[in-house]
Design a protein around this ligand. Structure first.
Ligand code: SF4
Length: 424
């Protein structure tokens, strides 16, 4: 059954309301570097991106965003630009005068809960004046404290955090809103979105849904996590737009995401590893995520592809079983895609961390690009490597920072020492 949603516009892009599902991504450039950001937006448009988000930390990034938009428009490129705003309602308001859409996070929109209605009313007013839409973007790992107290860090909590904001949107008659519930845990991401779809239907709400598995990592493991979460929901008719999140260049997110569409395409003859990820996710992910397929009874390998050996396919199946959280036979990596806040070479760091820790089966390790959002968003990782900026890193054990100010060139080694000392 397809979830019925109303149409929300981001610039000229129609989201929801039965319009085609769109594929989007986020720049990983410094937004203040206007030339680089414009060049990356252009490259993303050439790959087929339909919407691009840029990190917008404060007033100077809002000014840069306006310049980026103007330069793109002068070159005839009208891709909608989304401002990603955290921890600053005033920045969201400034960004709403410039961007086509603004993403806010209920976990950090305002520290003062009593002011949320008033601040949203002001933001809606600016959005109406400038034809700007919003995304209420809830992330597992950065839920508001009152939600955590009542629901814990759960799918229910994520759903409730979104519904509180959506109820305000409805009460104030502001329909130009897309909603997202993201987690790096594929089961929680799927549960949360299903729950939200049910609750919205019961409440007669029809806001479009943006899907994504956040901090899913890189390479095959990252692709599998994104694919199993997003494709499971798309098959159920849930989701109007999505972002594949990878710790890789944003062009790679678009190239891979485009393979998910159209949802009805025959996927029985994959000719590449990426196509196999998508086809296996269509066929196996819903049953493996929900437990309706008993993975222990499956023959190995249980997927077929003419280009791969039996051993390679068996290895692939173990990755699929891990992405669907059936069994953990390798280390689990959580890493953010990076954005304008990232102050080091994230992709290379993830490669080094993976190389140094590949023997730590079952261990969950996060590598996050910034100290502002990283610690909250690394969810249930046992260990974290978080960039502080200025070439320094903080290492975490769970949510606790245990070593601060480590020079980046020593940090992978120190992380390994930390994990090994704890495991003894
Ligand atoms: S955690 Fe990563 S993606 Fe998220 S804001 Fe920080 S650097 Fe950007």
């Amino acid at each position: 059954m397809t979830m019925k949603t109303h149409t929300v516009y981001a610039g000229k892009l129609a989201i929801g309301g039965g319009h085609p599902i769109s594929v989007q991504t986020m720049c990983n450039t410094d937004t203040l570097n206007v030339e680089q950001s414009v060049a990356q937006c252009m490259a993303l448009v050439r790959e087929g991106a339909q919407m691009v988000r840029l990190t917008t930390q404060g007033p100077s990034q809002v000014i840069a965003l306006a310049q980026i938009k103007e330069k793109l428009r002068l070159q005839g490129v009208d891709i909608p630009l989304v401002a990603d705003v955290h921890f600053s309602a005033s920045t969201a308001m400034e960004a709403a005068r410039v961007a086509d859409k603004v993403r806010i996070n209920p976990g950090n929109f305002s520290r003062d809960r009593s002011r949320v209605n008033e601040l949203l009313a002001e933001l809606f007013g600016i959005c109406r004046q400038h034809n700007t839409s919003l995304r209420i973007g809830v992330n597992h790992g950065s839920l508001p404290s009152h939600i955590l107290e009542t629901y814990g860090n759960s799918a229910q909590g994520m759903c409730q955090a979104a519904l509180e904001y959506l109820s305000i949107c409805r009460k104030m008659d502001f329909p130009h809103v897309v909603v997202s519930l993201k987690s790096s845990n594929t089961r929680i991401m799927v549960q949360a979105n299903r729950l939200l779809a049910q609750k919205m239907e019961a409440l007669r709400m029809d806001y479009p849904l943006h899907l994504g598995v956040t901090e899913s990592g890189s390479d095959r493991q990252g692709r599998l996590k994104s694919a199993v979460g997003i494709i499971t929901l798309l098959k159920e008719g849930i989701g109007d737009t999505f972002r594949v999140s990878l710790t890789e260049a944003p062009e790679a997110e678009i190239r891979f995401g485009k393979l998910f569409l159209p949802v009805t395409k025959d996927r029985s003859q994959p000719v590449s590893w990426d196509e196999l990820i998508v086809s296996a996710s269509y066929q196996w992910a819903p049953g493996l995520l929900d437990g309706t397929i008993d993975w222990q009874k499956l023959p190995m390998p249980f997927v077929k592809a003419p280009f791969a050996s039996k051993e390679e396919l068996t290895d692939f199946c173990m990755d699929l079983l891990q992405a669907t959280r059936c069994v953990f036979t390798r280390p689990e990596y959580i890493s953010c895609p990076g954005c304008g806040r990232t102050k080091f070479n994230l992709e290379e760091t993830v490669r080094q961390v993976k190389k140094a820790t590949s023997h730590l089966n079952g261990c969950t390790i996060a590598v996050m690009g910034c100290i502002v959002n990283g610690p909250g968003e690394m969810a249930d990782a046992q260990y974290g490597y978080v960039g502080e900026g200025n070439g320094r890193v903080t290492l975490y054990k769970g949510k606790t920072p245990v070593m601060r100010g480590i020079p980046q060139n020593e940090a992978v080694e120190r992380l390994l020492e930390l994990i090994e000392s704890q495991q003894k």
